[in-house]
Design a protein. Structure first.
Ligand code: CA
Length: 373
């Protein structure tokens, strides 16, 4: 394995030099770098790793994490005031991302970033993507914001309190405390939180608007209107009988969609443009809902009121691929068969369900799989 990585590094060095990384930086960062078998292992298992939305939320928005978030809201009030004023990003979403990514800085990751990225670039399917991130990491070292020894993070190359990838760091990290370094790794979270605010501002965060709200749907709701590809104004949803689950008017946040992350038998949400801003951090519905819900809970909001179909299990990767193949065979465009159930696959499920006369909620279930060719 060592021989392999040495050959890979030797071939990589001229590409890095052509991209502007100095020999001194390459020597310092790459001499003696070793593959990390644990990183290869985690990368392989990640796609197999599936949970239902309710299992994910139970863990991601636990009582402990809510309580720690409320503590952090007080402890960081001063820096959050200034970040909110400068970037126009609400404090609760920053706290929620911080909570999910590193348990508010407690678990920032102890894998050396360069070793993780060399491993991922040289020994995985997504080598080209990780080579770009490796080049970004080397540029960060070259610019002197952090030392190689201090540049640590997750097995996937994400770094610091809010788990920035190196390319996002280069594009958007800020030196908020003006000490001359953009330091997202240190115990002090100010630079990391401000960098996250800069990231969300860059993708269009709308201050004072929610990410979404839990809603109830009227009897006889047309489930073909669910999914993030269908947009209506709050007044239009209201006229159809969609109500905020806790009472009160629907938020008027412009074009919004009804999302059913657990299908028709699970909780329903009306999602606002800020939902799609959080998607830039991580596009999984479960992640975005967890960030949004945790942000609400930190500010004193209550739990999700709707039930989940807890008797259902998550589909395995093979089953999700079989589902996409089946949809394609049946004439519905699932957008390929990569095992990722995104908006296109959900829309295809909805169309298939409507064609056979079952509730078209777009939920990838064993029932749908069983009815496909
Ligand atoms: Ca700084």
């Amino acid at each position: 394995m060592t021989g392999d990585v040495e050959a890979w590094v030797a071939a990589f060095r001229p590409r890095a030099e052509a991209a502007g990384i100095s020999r001194a930086t390459l020597d310092m960062a790459l001499n003696g770098v070793a593959l990390r078998p644990d990183v290869v292992e985690k990368d392989r298992n990640q796609t197999e790793f599936t949970r239902t939305i309710w299992d994910y939320l139970d863990k991601a928005v636990s009582d402990d994490r809510i309580a720690a978030g409320r503590k952090a809201l007080k402890a960081q009030a001063h820096v959050l005031d200034r970040i909110e004023a400068r970037y126009g990003v609400d404090r609760q979403v920053l706290l929620a991302i911080w909570g999910l990514e590193s348990s508010y800085g407690v678990v920032r990751g102890d894998v050396p970033t360069v070793a993780a990225l060399v491993t991922l670039a040289s020994a995985t399917r997504r080598g080209a993507y990780f080579e770009r991130e490796l080049l970004a990491a080397l540029r960060i070292l070259q610019e002197g914001d952090v030392t190689g020894a201090a540049m640590m993070g997750s097995w996937a190359g994400a770094m610091g309190h809010t788990q920035f990838m190196p390319s996002s760091y280069l594009a958007l990290a800020v030196d908020f405390d003006s000490d001359g370094r953009r330091d997202i790794w240190s115990d002090e979270p100010g630079d990391a939180l401000a960098s996250t605010a800069a990231f969300l501002a860059r993708y269009g965060w709308r201050k004072g608007e929610p990410w979404g709200v839990e809603v109830t749907l009227p009897l006889g709701f047309d489930y073909r209107l669910s999914g993030e590809r269908i947009h209506h104004a709050a007044a239009e949803w209201q006229a159809m009988g969609v109500k905020q689950a806790g009472g009160g008017a629907l938020p008027d946040c412009g074009p919004s969609s009804v999302l059913l992350p657990g299908g028709a038998r699970g909780a329903a949400f009306l999602i606002c443009p800020n939902f799609h801003v959080i998607e830039h951090y991580n596009p999984a519905d479960a992640y975005v809902i967890a960030v949004g819900h945790l942000s609400d809970r930190i500010m004193g909001g209550g739990p999700i009121l709707g039930d989940w179909p807890r008797g259902l299990r998550a589909l395995t990767l093979d089953e999700r691929i079989a589902l996409q193949h089946g949809l394609t065979l049946a004439g519905f465009n699932a957008g390929g068969a990569d095992g990722r159930i995104g908006p296109l696959t959900q829309a295809a499920i909805r169309a298939f369900q409507a064609s056979i006369g079952v509730v078209p909620d777009g939920y990838a279930s064993l029932d749908v799989l069983g009815r496909l060719p």
